[in-house]
Design a binder for this molecule. Sequence first.
Ligand code: FMN
Length: 205
Amino acid sequence: MELKDVIEKRRTIRDFQSNKISKDIIDYAIENGFKAPTYNHLRDWDFIILNHLESKLKLIESENLDKSIDSKELEHQFKNEEKIMKEMYLDAIPKQKKMILEAPTVIIVAFKPKTRVAEAKKIYDLNCLASIWTCIENFLLSLAEYNVYGVTFIPQNIETIKKKLEIPDELEIASIIPIGYMADNARILKQKTINISERKHYEKW
Ligand SMILES: Cc1cc2nc3c(=O)[nH]c(=O)nc-3n(C[C@H](O)[C@H](O)[C@H](O)COP(=O)(O)O)c2cc1C
């Protein structure tokens, strides 16, 4: 498949079929993830692959996603936001629990930080976080090539997740990525149209 087609195809999906994804596709995406650029040449990255409901429930509990969401309250919260952004949050927030439970596989992407994210003072200190996201993009693009999609969920309670899933303390979690085939009624939100020529600056701003 042409690179441009894969880039077009990759979209965030939060509604999944229950069909399992073959191990070969997941392995291929992880291998391509490890080909991404990295700040220190070490690629201190780990993928924790969750296929069992019991493991996914540990994420739900850690993130307190069991609480019900008041859709009116949510609407009110985003009433002054840009339409395209409001639409995304109103679709996304109520689906955070469902997407983790319904995706056939959930991947936790972890990395070894040089500086703890909470202690970072300069952009340079976050190079480890920047690097893992180059890996995540390779991973998502490689899945899209095989019609498998994902959503990058950012956890709030990383320490609890680490304890529950026995992830070594020295690691940080960059993202939790439910992945799967798109449900027939999956919502694909419109991407904001960007006037790219206005975003390009030559020699100076
Ligand atoms: C750093 C980052 C954090 C994100 N956090 C979440 C999240 O916690 N939950 C969620 O449902 N989507 C999350 N997303 C997905 C975005 O909402 C999505 O990428 C965005 O709306 C653009 O849609 P697209 O990926 O289809 O182009 C995140 C994406 C990124 C890159």
